[in-house]
Ligand binder design. Structure first.
Ligand code: FES
Length: 172
């Protein structure tokens, strides 16, 4: 029985074809790299997690919406706290709807004087002003963020990378 030997010319041709294909592929990627690189920005525009919002005395007692940070700053006497304005359903910005008169409320075992509610116009979620969701599809309360005074100039500093509980107050 005779043994069939592989055709060396054919296998060399196959190898050369593969090599050419590989070089062409590398050439196309290398040639288009400057174009692809131009699509990737050098700067990341993620907003800072810690920022100053102003001197405490510039905020009158009540609720202030800081639209560029989507944040509500509450002041009662000399106590401050910061509540996120981002709805926990799909991230729309909630609006504060004040009551005509403050009401005493008990929410999740916390009794406090409530000044109003947060409403989300996107899908109808509602939150007490201490953040707890009570209507609509929002699955969680609004976040509360760490608030402190800047040691440099005494401005209020919000740190959205640190959540605090709803009993947190910064007294100045
Ligand atoms: S995003 Fe607020 S209820 Fe849907």
């Amino acid at each position: 029985m005779s043994e069939v030997k592989p055709d060396k010319t054919e296998s060399r041709r196959g190898f050369l074809r593969k090599l050419t294909g590989w070089f062409l592929g590398v050439g196309v990627v290398a040639g288009s790299w400057p174009f692809l690189r131009a699509l990737i920005p050098n700067v990341h525009y993620e907003p800072p997690k810690r920022f100053k919002v102003g001197m405490p005395e510039t905020f009158t007692p009540g609720v202030h919406f800081l639209d560029e940070h989507r944040l509500f700053l509450f002041r009662k006497d000399n106590a401050f706290h910061a509540v996120s304005g981002v709805c926990t359903h799909l991230g729309c910005t909630v609006k504060f709807s004040p009551f005509k008169q403050a009401k005493e409320m008990t929410v999740r075992k916390l009794t406090y004087s409530s000044a109003g509610e947060f409403h989300c116009a996107c899908h109808g979620s509602r939150f007490h002003d201490e953040g707890t969701n009570f209507a609509g599809p929002a699955p969680r309360p609004l976040k509360w963020f760490q608030l402190e005074l800047s040691p440099e100039d005494g401005q209020l500093v919000v740190d959205v990378s640190q959540e605090v509980d709803r009993e947190f107050r910064l007294v100045v």
